[in-house]
Each structure stands twice: as structure tokens, then as C-alpha cells.
Design a protein around this ligand. Structure first.
Ligand SMILES: Nc1ncnc2c1ncn2[C@@H]1O[C@H](COP(=O)(O)OP(=O)(O)OP(=O)(O)O)[C@@H](O)[C@H]1O
Length: 826
């Protein structure tokens, strides 16, 4: 066994003197640190239990007196508590093994007094020798009975007092330190006062015992000495507060063995429960990953949360009763003790800062520094330098100077001391923040204007010429003033519907229809029929009856709707459909094959992505399972190690079935994990590949659509603007298959505008002019009769050039299927 490392809880074994020492079963090593147990297996019963153990501790005490125990185990803890370290000494073991004897001893026999009275004696003796420090000692005595706490230093006159006090305490925590609310801490200036408190507590405990149990101590008792230590010599604001816990745990017992009944059984259940919580908590302390919350599972563990290991100097004495009939209990005590021996402990001094003293010190230091500065200035003949705090008035003046400095009306800001330098910096910061806020507000206002402008612009583009005309014709779309390009707002019912538009657009490009103007698609005929009665679906002047919308009417009005730029009232010009609509059509015609491949690829990718997600879930699940199993296996291994390893004749380690199963399960899980993980990785590359295919399809689709759109709607000579529009959009990373070119164009414009708000009016005007040029160029190519002198502003807001005869208003102004149909560029 390797020697025990010092940064662990120290554990000692004390065996109760007996004439029946089971020497054939219990062996004590010569080093007085090792104890071996050998249990003879029962001949009649098949017994798979372990029968041999070897435990290694910090010390073993057999047949030694109280003084040796104190000097060897407790003295150092008491000394260190005077140095500011928290200390805990706790006695653990089966009932009757000598815990109370070790901790308290016989209160009536001085020679046989236990650790507590000896500690108190040593404590005060030591305090008297430490002349440079002032100590204040306070004492509390807590009993935990049936998971209820009782303050043993309260005056308890009767049994009912005892029961009443059980209810009055609760446990609190502050920055990881545990305290008992309501527990009294009594000042003890001398050893005698402290012993008085110990005996008072013992008396109260006896009152409790009288009512609640008549046998051994059936409760856990924590005698706490709180030591506050301040230096007398130094004015240091730091001081130490340490807590010395002397714990006498209730004895563990086996219910079956003691045949406990009634109250005793209930007590034993509570004791065993709290001790097993303690075991669990100790086990968790040895496992870094374990949750420290289970300290709260019982009053005992919660109270001792900051007193076992960690920053606390902890020592445990495991009391055993080395007789044959107590072998089971002895093994169980030793096993718990060996677990405790694994709990890490790195004791640290509990230093506290006294705020009052700290303030006094700072004030003194401040004064000294000022005096020194004054002396320094006097030596350098620097008069008039003040080190007083800056007044409000001075601050105002400094800020003023900073403003003037920024404006350029002041060349220098005069500063004489550090405070002023800081004040100047603060003033600059203040000014900077104020102007930032101001700029933000201005930007916000401008953006609001820009957005509004942008919105109007978009709206206008969509509804090119859909405003009610100046003649007041209800719902008539057109220019507001009847002179310009007619950007206005369309009413809702005038807006188009995609399908209708698509239908109409297709009809427009029917080759047969294009060749023979007289052959019209049914939809077209229907519209024309309507046109006869009411061209445009509106009454052209304000005098006629208001338009009533029926289904056909609606359809017609949709066709005329400007949002997709359909032709208006005259025979001749036609606006191209929006790119979204055109794209739908393209996907069903020339781009059908490509679109099919695109959709197929996307579907495959979707399926793969689903598989990918499922696999990822499985991989994660396997990982979680592995982690869980690994923790369990490690815990099992630790248990095995702390109990001492057992080897077979070949020198191989023997492990129990549970641990074996855990290891096997771990291997199996790792296999599953590896397979799934490999699959997951393969699928990941497949998805990347599929994504590339989908992207390629998308791009192809778009490229071919652009070509097709140009062929169908843009005349060869007029493609410049459209080209630039398309090209600029292609460079945009956010390019979406379903994006309308116009929308992208708008977005680009918006970005430009937002980047330079001052240029907004200029750019808007430029856009409008460009549009006009494009339109002019497109219109100039038209096969219709051109008469540049005639300019017609249609109700739809679109603007056509060509022959227009007012008298022809009764004839349909638009022939969607005729040869005169001419797509327009907007
Ligand atoms: N080392 C020892 N030397 C002399 N007597 C001892 C020693 N250890 C125990 N005894 C005696 O054994 C008896 C039981 O001891 P004690 O009450 O301390 O046990 P305990 O572990 O506190 O039991 P419980 O958990 O039931 O309170 C007492 O009479 C005590 O004096």
C-alpha cells in the first residue's frame, strides 16, 4: 500500500478494549496503520461474499488511553484551529464501540475525560501563551435526534422544553458556509466557563434521553468552538474566524440484530438513514463529478457540509468493537472509514476583513499620502496645487473647457493634478456619449424617412399608375396629376392575383395567338367581351355608374393590375410579367426538366438530412449512455480499491459481477457509438455533396431562366439595363431562386440609399429617369404604329406610346393575344 497522501481526510481506528479480541479474524499490522480482516466462510451455506480485507489508515489505536488519543489525533487540530483553520474531529462506529467515551469520556472522571474537555483545556492554555493575539471563544452544542435539531445550550427544565426546542432551529448557508439559525453561541472566556457549557449540554442531553431513550446515545452531537483571533500588535484589518467541530455520531446498528421495536426501531431507522446519507455524501466528495446537493438530504449531512474535507482540517476516529459477534459492523465501519480516507482536504485559513478597521486604515493612509504630496510640492515650489475633491462648480467649468476645446475656441485645458486629469477625461467621455446618442437619434430619424420613402417607392413601382385619376373616377388607376409618370397607390381590389396573371401571361405568348390576332384564348375573349362594356373594368369618367366587381370583372381588373405590369387600355404595349410569375411559367415549360432534377435532388437531400438528424440523435444517446456507464464503473472500481484489492492465484484482480457487467456494457456501447458515428460522418459528406448538386441546379435554373426571360420579354437592343439588373443581382449572395428581379433591385437600391442618406433624393430621381429611358427604348422597338407625338398615360399607370384614338375607347384597348402585344420593361 502506498503511504497516505497528506491532502486527504485523516482517519484513525480506535478499538474498544475487550477480553474477547477476535485475533483469528482481526489482525493489526506492525506499522500500526494496517488492519486485516479474515472471515471464515460458513461451511453449510454457499457464500460468494468477500471474506478477506486489508485496510490502511493514518493510525491504529488498540488499548490506549485517552491522553494518547488526544495527543496523537486531536491536539494538532486544536492548534490549527487557533491559527485560523476550521477543524472537525468526528467519531464514527457501531453502537457501544466507544465513540462517546472517545469524544466526551467520563465527565465525572478527570483521568478518563475525552477529546472535548482535553481540547478545551489545551485551547485555553495555548491562548494564554499567545500574548500577541486576542481571542474570543464562543461555544454551541447541537444535537440531532430523529433528523430534528436541538440546541443543548438552551435552558431546558423539562422534557417538554426539549421537545419544543427540536422545532426551533433551521440550517442556512452563506457563501458555502453553513450556519444554524437559532442556535445559541455562548461566550466562554475561560476553560471553566467552557466546561460548564459542556456539562450543561450533557445535562440537557440527559433530559432528552430520559424522555426519548433510556439506553445509549441515540443522537448525533456536535460540540462547536468558534474562535475569533485578532492581532493585538498590528492594526491589520484582517482577522480569522475558525470553527472547531467535535462530533459524536450516533452508533449504527443492525435492526435485526438488536430486535429493535417501537421508539427504538424508529430511532435506529433515523440513525441508519442519516449515516447512510453521510456515507453517500462522503462518497460523492471523492467523486469530482458528483453533485454536492445531496448534503442536504439530512440535517446531519447538511450541518456538516462545510466541515468534512475541502477547506476544513478533518480527522475521523472510527471506533470498532473487535469481538467476533461484531465482525459485520467492524467491516462496515472500516469500509466507511476507508472511503472517508479518500476525501480530499486542503485546509485554508479563514481570513476575514474587518470593514471598520479597513476604513480606518484607508483614512490613515490617505492622510499620510496627502501630507507626503504637500511636502513634495513644497520642496518643488509648486504652490496652489490642491488635492481636495473637485467641486460641482469646478466640474462644470472643466466640461465647459472641454466643449470649447472640441469647438476649437480653446487651445489648451490646464490641469494641475490627477483629479483634474480624470475630470477632463470624464468630461470628454460624457460629451462623446452625448454626441453618440444625438447622432443615433438623427440616424434613426433619417432611416425612418428613408424607409417611408422607400416604401412609397416600392409601392409605386408595384402599382405603376394605379392611382385614382384626377377626374375622380372611383378606383381608376393612373397618374395623380395626369402629366407625369403616374406613380400612385392602388386600392386593394385592384391588385393582381398570381394565378390569373400567370394564365393571362401564358395566353399572351400562345404562338398561334401571336400569329393570328383574331384567334383568342377563351380567357382573352371573356375579357374583351367585358371590355366592350367597360374597358379597364372602370368607368372612364366620374359621371358613370361605379364599377361593380364580379368574378369576370375581377379577373379582368387583375390582368390590368400594374403590379405585374400587364398591358392597359390600348392595343399595343404590354408590360412583362414579374419575374416570380415568369419563373413559375418557366419551370413548367422550358425549365421543366431542370426543375424536376432540382426538386428530386432537394427531396433526396431532405431525406438524407432527416437520416442525419436521427443518426446524430443516436450518437448522442450512445455517448450519454457511455458516460453514465463509465461513471458507474469508475465508482465501482473506487469502491473495490478502497476495500483493498483481491487477487486470484494468477495475480489477477478479482472483480465482482456487477463491475464486470458494467465493463462489458461499456464496450458494447462503444461499439454502437463507433458504428453510428462512422455512418454519421459518411452521411455528412453525402449531404454536402447533395447540397452542392442542389446549388448547381439552382444556378442553372436561374441562368436559363434569365436567358429565357430576356428572349421572351426584352428586345435584343434594350437588354442593357436588364442585364445590369440581372448581373448585379447574381452577385448578391442572398440570391434566391424565387426572388423577383425587381425585388432584388429594390433591395439593392435600398442598401445604397441607407449607406448614404444624403444621396437619397438624387438616387431616387436617377432611378426614375433610368426607368423612363428603358421604357422609351423598349417602346421605340414596338411593332405598333408609332407616333412619338402621342403619349398616353394609361389608367393602369403604364405609359405607352403609339396611336391612340380617343374615339376608340369603346374598343378594347388591349389585345393580349394580338401581334401588337409588346412586352414592356419597367
Ligand atoms: N477505550 C475504552 N476504554 C474504556 N472503556 C471504553 C472504551 N471504549 C468504550 N468503553 C466503554 O464502553 C461503553 C460504551 O461506550 P460508549 O458509550 O462510548 O459507546 P458509543 O459508541 O458511544 O455507543 P452509542 O453509539 O450507543 O452511544 C462505555 O461504558 C464505555 O465506558
Amino acid at each position: 500500500m502506498p503511504p497516505r497522501t497528506s491532502n486527504k481526510v485523516k482517519v484513525y481506528i480506535r478499538s474498544r478494549p475487550t477480553n474477547n479480541f477476535a485475533s483469528d479474524m482481526i489482525g493489526i499490522g506492525r506499522d500500526n496503520r494496517t488492519i486485516t480482516i479474515h472471515r471464515t466462510p460458513s461451511a453449510s451455506v454457499v457464500d460468494n461474499k468477500i471474506n478477506d480485507w486489508a485496510f490502511h489508515f493514518d493510525g491504529l489505536f488498540n488499548n490506549v488511553g485517552q491522553e494518547v488519543i488526544f495527543d496523537s489525533i486531536a491536539k494538532d487540530v486544536v492548534d490549527r484551529s487557533l491559527d485560523g483553520y476550521n477543524g472537525t474531529i468526528l467519531c464514527y462506529g457501531q453502537t457501544g464501540a466507544g465513540k462517546t467515551h472517545t469524544m466526551t469520556g467520563f465527565t465525572e472522571s478527570y483521568q478518563n475525560r475525552g477529546i472535548i474537555p482535553r481540547s478545551l483545556q489545551h485551547l485555553y492554555q495555548e491562548i494564554n501563551t499567545r500574548q500577541d493575539y486576542s481571542y474570543s471563544v464562543r461555544i454551541s452544542y447541537l444535537e440531532i435526534y430523529n433528523d430534528q435539531m436541538c440546541d443543548l445550550l438552551r435552558t431546558l427544565n423539562s422534557q417538554s422544553d426539549y421537545q419544543q426546542h427540536l422545532q426551533q432551529l433551521s440550517i442556512g448557508e452563506d457563501s458555502g458556509l453553513v450556519y444554524i439559525k437559532g442556535l445559541s453561541y455562548r461566550i466562554a472566556n475561560t476553560e471553566e466557563e467552557a466546561l460548564n457549557l459542556l456539562f450543561e449540554g450533557e445535562t440537557n442531553r440527559a433530559i432528552g434521553q430520559h424522555v426519548l431513550n433510556k439506553q445509549s446515545s441515540r443522537s448525533h452531537c456536535i460540540f462547536t468552538v468558534l474562535i475569533e483571533c485578532r492581532s493585538i500588535l498590528s492594526s491589520d484589518e484582517k482577522y480569522t474566524i475558525s470553527k472547531l467541530n467535535l462530533v459524536d455520531l450516533a452508533g449504527s446498528e443492525r435492526l435485526a440484530k438488536t430486535n429493535s421495536e417501537g421508539v427504538t426501531k424508529r430511532e435506529a431507522t433515523f440513525i441508519n438513514k442519516s449515516l447512510s446519507f453521510l456515507e453517500q455524501a462522503v462518497l460523492n466528495l471523492t467523486d469530482k463529478k458528483a453533485n454536492s446537493h445531496n448534503f442536504r438530504s439530512s440535517k446531519l449531512t447538511h450541518t456538516l457540509k462545510d466541515s468534512i474535507g475541502g477547506r476544513c482540517n478533518t480527522v475521523m476516529i472510527a471506533n470498532i468493537w473487535p469481538e467476533m459477534q461484531h465482525l459485520e459492523e467492524t467491516v462496515s465501519t472500516l469500509r466507511f472509514a476507508s472511503r472517508m480516507a479518500c476525501v480530499p482536504a486542503e485546509p485554508t485559513v479563514n481570513e476575514v476583513i474587518d470593514p471598520v478597521k479597513a476604513l480606518e486604515n484607508y483614512k490613515r493612509e490617505n492622510k499620510q499620502l496627502r501630507d507626503e504630496l504637500a511636502l513634495h510640492d513644497a520642496l518643488l515650489n509648486r504652490n496652489g496645487t490642491s488635492y481636495e475633491p473637485i467641486s460641482e462648480q469646478q466640474l462644470y467649468e472643466i466640461e465647459n473647457q472641454c466643449h470649447r476645446f472640441i469647438d476649437g475656441t480653446l487651445d489648451e485645458i490646464e490641469v494641475k493634478n490627477l483629479r483634474q486629469v480624470q475630470a477632463v477625461f470624464n468630461a470628454f467621455r460624457h460629451i462623446c456619449r452625448a454626441s453618440e446618442k444625438d447622432a443615433e437619434k438623427k440616424l434613426h430619424d433619417r432611416r425612418a424617412i428613408a424607409d417611408k420613402y422607400e416604401y412609397e417607392q416600392q409601392d409605386n413601382q408595384k402599382m405603376f399608375g394605379t392611382n385614382p385619376g384626377p377626374n375622380g373616377a372611383g378606383g381608376t388607376a393612373g397618374d395623380l396629376d395626369g402629366q407625369s409618370f403616374g406613380l400612385g397607390a392602388a386600392s386593394k381590389d385592384q391588385r393582381t392575383n398570381k394565378e390569373a396573371l400567370l394564365k393571362m401571361t401564358r395566353n399572351k405568348r400562345q404562338p398561334a395567338a401571336a400569329a393570328a390576332p383574331t384567334t383568342k384564348a377563351p380567357g382573352v375573349q371573356q375579357i374583351n367581351a367585358k371590355d366592350k362594356a367597360s374597358p379597364n373594368g372602370f368607368k372612364p369618367t366620374g359621371n358613370g355608374p361605379q364599377r361593380t366587381m364580379n368574378t369576370d370583372d375581377e379577373q379582368y381588373s387583375r390582368v390590368k393590375e400594374p403590379s405585374e405590369m400587364v398591358d392597359t387600355k390600348d392595343q399595343g404595349l404590354h408590360a412583362p410579367p414579374g419575374r416570380t410569375v415568369a419563373f413559375e411559367e418557366f419551370k413548367q415549360t422550358r425549365g421543366a426538366n431542370l426543375n424536376k432534377i432540382y426538386i428530386e435532388n432537394k427531396d433526396i437531400m431532405t431525406v438524407k438530412k432527416k437520416q442525419f438528424a436521427e443518426l446524430a440523435r443516436r450518437v448522442n444517446q450512445a455517448k450519454a449512455e457511455i458516460d453514465k456507464t463509465r461513471i458507474a464503473a469508475e465508482r465501482k472500481k473506487n469502491e473495490r480499491l478502497t476495500m483493498g484489492e483481491f487477487l486470484n492465484e494468477n495475480g489477477e484482480t478479482i472483480i465482482d459481477e456487477e463491475e464486470y457487467e458494467l465493463i462489458a456494457k461499456l464496450q458494447e456501447l462503444k461499439g454502437i457509438y463507433r458504428t453510428d458515428y462512422d455512418q454519421w460522418k459518411n452521411l455528412k459528406s453525402e449531404i454536402t455533396y447533395c447540397q452542392n448538386l442542389v446549388n448547381q441546379c439552382q444556378n442553372r435554373l436561374l441562368q436559363e431562366f434569365d436567358v429565357w426571360y430576356r428572349e421572351c420579354y426584352v428586345n435584343g437592343n434594350n437588354t442593357g439595363a436588364m442585364d445590369s439588373l440581372l448581373t448585379s443581382n447574381k452577385n448578391n449572395n442572398d440570391y434566391q431562386v424565387y426572388d423577383d428581379a425587381a425585388e432584388r433591385f429594390e433591395r439593392m437600391q435600398k442598401e445604397l440609399l441607407l449607406s448614404d442618406l444624403d444621396s437619397m433624393p438624387f438616387r431616387q430621381a436617377q432611378m426614375r429617369t433610368n426607368r423612363r429611358h428603358i421604357f422609351d427604348a423598349a417602346a421605340a422597338q414596338g411593332p405598333w404604329k408609332q407616333s412619338p407625338s402621342t403619349t398616353v398615360i394609361h389608367n393602369s399607370g403604364s405609359y405607352h406610346r403609339g396611336t391612340y384614338d380617343e374615339d376608340q375607347q369603346s374598343t378594347p384597348p388591349i389585345s393580349l393575344s394580338g401581334s401588337r402585344q409588346k412586352p414592356m420593361v419597367r
